[in-house]
Design a binder for this molecule. Structure first.
Ligand code: PLP
Length: 452
């Protein structure tokens, strides 16, 4: 139905180009206008309530109505609403947050640099790696290996790292210096008769072959999400990370970057995805659950191997020529600190682990449904990949049409998921309860039944 004249919906259609939206389709159907949030729920302007089973965009760890975050923001607004960190200036919230992140990190980290989005953080990583290689007198070492289906953002550099066709098509991407290797999606990419272990070994062999084909001296880093999110919730086979670590161990000059933008701060049932898999990143990107996305903030954590040469190079040039007006914004930093305190005080990482078991087992009860190809996930992140032909693992054309329909039916019934290709993604706030999980699962089943 087209939006009513002069409604918020109509004015939105008139003036707003939405991210990740088919603009012409939006003109036809208009938006859903959200009015408020409360715990795991959001409510639209017509008073319809939804369980936000995606925590917004994999973000709102502590729920939608956390007064402590509002108070932390108000206090900091009143005290020092803005200051920057350029040229030797600082303020307490940014110092406290840097210190806190280093304390939480799963491996020894040396410094934290603040940015405002996951994309900016990953964009900076491309620049940091170039800067560092130049500092080390290794100008040829600039290529970054990323993975197909990996998601690292949408700026020119971070979208190049991203391994998804829609982020490249018509933007003339990926750009120079990025090469993509295999996605560890066994159910989709495993060959007939290939075991999960053999598939994981093949992924690692391809990484090694890519390094060797390009020349190890040209590779600056390998970047990966511990569990892929926006690529369709891809949980790697159990032996995958050990295999990848073994390859990287043979090339000590190639750095490992963990993109923890989704996994960070409890999502997997551990504080970081790197903790879950025993990864030892040289660089980590965090955002989203860092502030529960109440305010935009992201950070790049780096170890001494990364920081040392960068500091030297900045001394040689006279400055580290990078930074945003809002880098380490005091209000965002204060909110992030309070948010991390809540995650710790309320045991939300443990809640993600415990409630995660219920979400995973609940969704797996859908495995026998005629439209469900695979259910996968860990902790409070899950994907349900839909098919119309289980044996051939294919869905109706065009790609994504089936999940889009299922998504709509489930949303009508009061649960917001996310359709990624033909996968429905779930990533609820870490405060979710067993009852709310049961409602999510029952609603998904109901929506799928309506489609079958
Ligand atoms: N990295 C990962 C793993 C993400 O999931 C995302 C966003 O979903 C990003 C980076 C980009 O973050 P942002 O949307 O804040 O730019």
């Amino acid at each position: 139905m087209p939006p009513r004249p002069n409604s918020v919906e109509a004015r939105d259609v008139a003036h707003h180009l939405h991210p990740y939206t088919n603009a012409r389709r939006h003109e036809e159907i208009g938006p859903i206008v959200m009015a408020k949030g409360d715990g795991v729920y959001v409510e639209d302007i017509d008073g319809k309530r939804y369980i936000e089973a995606m925590a917004g965009l994999w973000s709102v760890a502590v729920g939608f109505s956390e007064q402590r975050l509002v108070d932390a923001a108000a206090r900091q607004m009143a005290q020092l609403p803005y200051y920057h960190s350029f040229t030797h200036k600082t303020h307490a919230p940014v110092v406290d947050l840097a210190e806190k992140l280093i304390a939480l990190a799963p491996v020894p980290m040396s410094k934290v640099h603040f940015t405002n989005s996951g994309s900016e953080a990953n964009d900076l990583i491309v620049k940091l790696l170039r800067y560092r290689s130049n500092a080390l007198g290794e100008p040829a070492r600039k290529t970054i290996i990323s993975r197909l289906r990996g998601y690292h953002g949408v700026t020119l550099a971070s979208a190049s790292l991203t391994g998804l066709p829609n982020n490249h098509a018509s933007f003339d991407l990926p750009g120079e210096g990025v090469v993509h290797t295999m996605c560890p999606h066994y159910w989709r990419e495993g060959e007939a008769g290939e075991s999960e272990e053999a598939f994981a070994a093949r992924c690692a062999a391809e990484l090694r072959a890519t390094i060797e084909a390009r020349g190890p001296e040209t590779i600056a880093a390998f970047i990966a999400e511990p569990v892929m999110g926006a690529g369709g919730v891809v949980v790697p086979p159990p032996t995958y990370w050990a295999e990848i670590k073994a390859v990287l161990a043979d090339y000590p000059d190639i750095l490992f970057v963990a993109d923890e933008v989704i996994c960070g701060f409890g999502r997997t049932g551990e504080m970081f995805g790197s903790t879950y898999y025993g990864l030892e990143p040289d660089i980590m990107t965090v955002s989203k659950a860092l502030s529960s996305s109440y305010l935009p903030i992201s950070a790049v954590l780096m170890n001494e191997k990364v920081y040392g040469p960068i500091a030297e190079e900045s001394a040689r040039i006279g400055t580290f020529g990078h930074g945003f007006t809002a880098s380490g914004h005091p209000v965002a930093a204060a909110v992030a600190l309070e948010n991390l305190a809540i995650i710790e005080e309320r045991g939300l990482v443990a809640n993600a682990r415990e409630r995660g078991e219920r979400l995973q087992s609940g969704l797996r009860t859908l495995s026998g449904h005629p439209l469900v190809g695979e259910v996968r996930g860990i902790g409070l992140i899950a994907g349900v990949e839909l098919v119309t032909d289980k044996e051939k693992k294919i869905a109706v054309q065009p790609p994504g049409a089936l999940a889009a329909k299922a998504f709509g039916l489930i949303q009508e019934r009061g649960v917001i998921s996310r359709a990624i290709g033909d996968t429905l993604a779930f990533c609820p706030p870490l405060i979710i309860t067993d009852d709310q999980i049961d409602t999510v699962v029952a609603t998904v089943r109901d929506g799928l039944d309506a489609l079958a």
